[in-house]
Design a protein around this ligand. Structure first.
Ligand code: PEP
Length: 250
C-alpha cells in the first residue's frame, strides 16, 4: 500500500511573514489528514521559519533545489546538510523550471539526488515531457532518458527513499491538466522502467506523484487512478483553502 503524498511547490512566492501565517492557518485544516503525507516547499529564505511554524504538526517541509556538494565555493547554492539544519525533510529535484530556466541536466539531477539521499532527505524528483515532445510521440523516449540519466547508479534501497513526480511540462501552470488516463499511462511506463532496471518490488512500492495544474476540482479524478500516488501542486498550493481542499480530497 503506497501512502499518498500531497506536496505544495510555492516556487518564488511568499516572504517569511506570509509563509508563517499560511502555515498557522493551514495546520488546523489538514490536522485530520491521516490518509496522506503533507509537504510544503517554500523558498529557501522561509524554510527555517516554516519548519518552526509546522513543528509538531503533520506538515513536512521541502526545499525546491539542492547543491550536489556539501560545502565550498558554490555561490548561490545551498547544500543538503544546510537544508536538514533548516528543518527540511524533503527536497524537490529536477523541476522543469530548473531544467528549462537554469539548464539543469539529467547528470546534475543525479548528483543532487545522491547528495540529498546521503544527507537523509527524501528527494521528490521531477520528470516529464514538453508539449513538442508529446506531440512528436517522444514521451516514453524522454522519460527513459530522464530516468536513465537522473537515476543512474542508484540501489534498490535508494529507490525505497525516493518519490518521483511525473510533471508533463505542458500542464505546469497552464491550467491544462493531463487527463487522469494520460497521467496514469506515463506513471505505468515509469513503473515498468523501474521494474525492468531495478526490480519489481521496488517498482510496486515507489510513489509516483502527478503534477500539472492540479486543483480541488480535478484531484479526485486523478487520485481515483491506482497508478497516481499523490500530487505535486504549484499554483493551487499558494492558497490555504485550495491546498487544504486538495489535501482533503477523499
Ligand atoms: C509545479 O510547479 O510543480 C506545478 C505542477 O505547478 P502547477 O500546479 O501550477 O501547474
Amino acid at each position: 500500500m503506497r501512502r499518498p503524498v500531497i506536496a505544495g511547490n510555492w516556487k518564488m512566492y511568499k516572504k517569511i511573514g506570509e509563509a508563517v501565517e499560511f502555515i498557522a492557518a493551514l495546520r488546523p485544516k489538514v490536522a485530520e489528514a491521516s490518509h496522506c503525507e503533507v509537504v510544503v516547499a517554500p523558498p529557501f529564505t522561509a524554510l527555517q521559519a516554516v519548519a518552526k511554524a509546522a513543528a509538531g504538526s503533520n506538515i513536512q517541509v521541502a526545499a525546491q533545489d539542492v547543491a550536489w556538494e556539501k560545502e565550498g565555493a558554490f555561490t548561490g547554492d545551498v547544500s543538503a546538510p544546510m537544508l536538514c539544519e533548516a528543518g527540511c525533510t524533503h527536497v524537490i529535484i529536477g523541476h522543469s523550471e530548473r531544467r528549462q530556466i537554469h539548464g539543469e541536466t539529467d547528470e546534475r539531477v543525479n548528483r543532487k539526488l545522491k547528495a540529498a539521499l546521503e544527507a537523509g532527505l527524501t528527494p521528490i524528483v521531477c520528470v516529464g515531457e514538453t508539449l513538442a515532445e508529446r506531440e512528436a510521440n517522444r514521451t516514453h523516449e524522454i522519460l527513459e532518458r530522464q530516468f536513465s540519466g537522473g537515476f543512474a547508479a542508484l540501489t534498490a534501497s535508494d529507490f525505497s527513499r525516493i518519490i518521483i513526480a511525473y510533471e508533463p511540462v505542458w500542464a505546469i501552470g497552464t491550467g491544462r491538466t493531463a487527463t487522469p488516463e494520460i497521467a496514469a499511462q506515463s506513471h505505468r511506463y515509469l513503473r515498468s522502467l523501474i521494474a525492468e532496471k531495478i526490480g519489481k518490488s521496488v517498482a510496486e512500492q515507489i510513489r509516483i506523484l502527478y503534477g500539472g495544474s492540479v486543483k480541488p476540482d480535478n484531484i479526485q479524478g486523478l487520485m481515483a487512478q491506482e497508478e497516481i500516488d499523490g500530487a505535486l501542486v504549484g499554483g493551487a498550493s499558494l492558497k490555504r483553502d485550495s491546498f487544504s481542499a486538495i489535501v482533503n480530497y477523499p
